[in-house]
Design a protein around this ligand. Structure first.
Ligand SMILES: [Zn+2]
Length: 336
């Protein structure tokens, strides 16, 4: 085990001192899909002290093409992504403390976990949560690394509260929209490229080599051979509601009201109840309605043309519709 980090220590910008710093740091990765598993694996192999992983979903066959910590058995057993990731990461490096949370990332749910977090990696798949993160992490003065990818394209940007413009400031300066939906597909090298940028910036922050940080937004299209960095340091706005002189953090104010949402590009609606499910009782009650599967994290039910997946934290995914109305009607019929 003594040799474990030897090649990284030989790298001059890290060295023995840098390695000690990495071992003392706590990173949160929000999302355990493609970007989340790639970032988490690199950071765990690099020997970060503690990693907190958050994800609301479970492993499906369509994930295996690019979500590198998962295997077929995880799909068969319907294991939540955060749990499957933790198992694999613990096999890779048992020295790293790993905290896995099967939950929806919201302003409310993230806040109590931010204690002692040095850095957050954005591995989410939509801008709703990124704007919540932008407010929450600005308010709590925690640096974070934005990343997104779709088809063969991707982008990344490092946000340092008090120093760089925030994501909100960048909205008009950079092509941030358009990378919000997975309906056009994705190739795994696009994931690896964004994750490479994110993990590298993370290592710089962990060893406190602030001079080396990339101040520009990076964007690329691997298939069409385009690579670009955009200078954004003048984009910072004094009247920005997130990082300006009088911040109001608008995205922390409404988000608790969102109880139902359509998951982009997936024909899935998520419904959040304000209470936990008793999964044993639920499985017992639903089993005569259709084929059910039950493990300690969730219960799934095939019902008419839908698949409903109930998580212990009170969330339900209704697969097979983009209509909130339809999803709610099926849900209330079953749950009451
Ligand atoms: Zn701003």
């Amino acid at each position: 085990m003594k040799d474990r980090y030897s090649r990284q220590v030989l790298f001059r910008s890290i060295g023995e001192e840098g390695q000690k710093k990495i071992r003392k740091k706590h990173v949160m990765v929000i999302g355990s899909g493609a970007l989340g598993t790639a970032n988490a694996e690199s950071l765990v192999r690099a020997g970060v002290g503690k990693l907190t992983i958050i994800d609301r979903d479970y492993v499906e066959f369509s994930n295996l093409q690019r979500q590198q910590l998962f295997a077929e058995q995880d799909v068969v057993d319907q294991i939540p992504k955060a749990v499957a990731a933790k198992r694999r990461l613990s096999d890779i490096n048992s020295d790293v403390e790993i905290d896995a949370h099967v939950m929806d990332a919201t302003g409310e749910s993230l806040l109590p976990l931010l204690h002692e977090i040095d850095l957050v990696i954005d591995a989410t798949d939509n801008f709703d949560i990124r704007f919540i993160m932008n407010d929450l992490l600005q308010k709590n003065e925690i640096p974070w690394i934005f990343g997104s990818c779709v088809s063969s394209t991707g982008m990344s940007y490092t946000v340092i509260p008090g120093h760089t413009p925030c994501i909100n400031c960048l909205l008009h300066a950079a092509p941030l929209s358009g990378a919000t939906c997975d309906s056009v597909g994705i190739i795994s090298p696009a994931v690896q490229m964004v994750a490479a940028h994110q993990t590298t910036e993370a290592l710089k922050l962990l060893v406190e080599d602030y001079e080396a940080l990339r101040s520009r937004l990076v964007t690329f299209d691997l298939w069409n051979n385009r690579y670009q960095t955009i200078k954004v340091d003048r984009a910072k706005k004094e009247n920005c509601p997130t990082c300006g002189i009088e911040p109001t953090f608008p995205h922390l104010q409404y988000e608790s009201q969102t109880k139902t949402e359509v998951l982009c590009g997936r024909e899935t609606v998520q419904i959040r109840a304000g209470r936990e499910f008793n999964l044993d009782q639920l499985a017992e009650r639903l089993k005569h309605l259709g084929q059910t599967k039950h493990n300690s994290f969730l219960v799934s039910l095939e019902y008419q043309s839908y698949r409903l997946v109930f998580f212990r934290d009170g969330r339900t995914l209704v697969h097979g519709t983009n209509s909130i109305e339809k999803a709610k009607s099926v849900y209330y019929k079953l749950i009451g």
